[in-house]
Design a protein around this ligand. Structure first.
Ligand code: FE2
Length: 96
């Protein structure tokens, strides 16, 4: 499990770096960055949902609500990514 946790933490750092790039990206750079986020985030979320979250729930039942919040956040992020990938990154409201 510790190897998987290290991978998860590495993913978080890599994703954070891409999000930082997104904050200052030019509109023409955004589609590639969103593609990178999608390719990194989907397997990452799946690993958390299939391995990490069930392990937390079974070993620390008191953390169940946080796990459910994490799951809801994944769904929100995936929906937001889908929306961003079909929207115009040059539009003034895009970064909001
Ligand atoms: Fe995560």
């Amino acid at each position: 499990m510790s190897g998987l946790i290290t991978l998860i933490k590495d993913d978080h750092a890599k994703l954070e770096a891409v999000f930082k790039k997104l904050e200052s990206a030019q509109p023409d750079q955004i589609p590639d960055l969103l593609q990178q986020v999608t390719e990194m985030l989907v397997p990452h979320s799946k690993a958390e949902e299939e391995v990490i979250y069930p392990a937390i729930k079974s070993t620390a039942p008191d953390e169940g609500e946080d796990v459910d919040d994490g799951l809801a956040e994944h769904h929100h992020v995936e929906a937001t990514l889908k929306q961003l990938r079909v929207s115009d990154p040059g539009a003034p409201e895009w970064m909001a």
